[in-house]
Ligand binder design. Structure first.
Ligand code: SAM
Length: 240
């Protein structure tokens, strides 16, 4: 690549990020250029995921323990499944399912490419199933699951589709919905701008998007890193 074209790419990248920040501030929208299915499949092919590094990282150890503690709370409620939306290769799905054996865990994601990688590498627990589906059209009956959860998945659903995805998730959930997502609001300015300008990420206001007659927000918890930065937020909803 020539020096000139890489300089142009940088300028275009900056203009794109700036436009997204302005659109977000004015009308809570952004330019959608990313095909999420393709994006996450390409990411797998590039081999950028290092699960053993995540396992050794104290932040993610604590992160996973926290998410698991919410799943543990409700494990004795009934025998209906837990559903994870946006399971990617299923690394966390397997981790949680291997520890909470009382429940069937169903992992949902767009396309089989990544789910197949997970199946080959680490989806071994007998209480795990995987389903190729879009969060906006879940192929499940209403009230199937006691709890549906997401771990940084709805942060990749565009503004124009998020209401559909949430409405499907709350239709399929019988009792609880746990969203562990990026919430830029508690972030410092610099980090907030970085999050808003991400080409493949969307900052949603979950508590505003969920109708109070359908569910109420019962708990939120900010998951901070060792510098105090609020990287992710847990939103726990109970159906009304
Ligand atoms: C950051 S990854 C999720 C990581 C995973 N939850 C974990 O904890 O390892 C985001 C995932 O959301 C999925 N995703 C994005 N939009 C989706 C949609 N509309 N329906 C289902 N999955 C979606 C992507 O395909 C991707 O696998």
């Amino acid at each position: 690549m020539s020096l000139q074209s890489s300089a142009w790419r940088r300028v275009l990248g900056k203009a794109f990020r700036l436009t997204n920040v302005c659109l977000y501030a004015v009308c809570h929208r952004k330019i959608d250029l990313v095909d999420q299915k393709r994006f996450w499949e390409m990411r797998s092919l590039q081999g950028v995921d290092d699960h053993s590094a995540a396992e050794a990282d104290p932040y993610y150890q604590n992160f996973d323990r926290t998410v698991e503690s919410y799943l543990e709370r409700y494990k004795g409620l009934s025998q209906s499944p837990y559903v994870e939306i946006g399971t990617y290769q299923g690394y966390r799905l397997e981790k949680f399912a291997s520890r909470i054996r009382e429940r069937l865990f169903i992992g949902v994601d767009l396309g089989f490419a990544n789910l197949r990688i997970g199946k080959q590498n680490f989806l071994h627990s007998p209480n795990v199933r995987i389903v190729d589906a879009d969060a906006c059209h879940l192929p499940f009956p209403s009230n199937l699951a006691d709890l549906i959860y997401t771990v940084v998945a709805l942060s990749h659903v565009p503004f124009g589709k998020i209401r559909n995805a949430l409405s499907e998730i709350f239709r399929v959930s019988r009792r609880y919905v746990l969203l562990v997502e990026i919430d830029c609001r508690p972030m410092r300015w610099r980090k907030k701008l970085e999050a808003i300008s991400l080409s493949y990420g969307y900052m949603h206001r979950y508590e505003k998007l969920v109708d109070h007659t359908i569910a109420r927000l019962v708990e939120t918890e900010t998951l901070r890193d060792d510098k105090g930065h609020p990287r992710y937020t847990v939103f726990l909803f109970a159906k009304s």
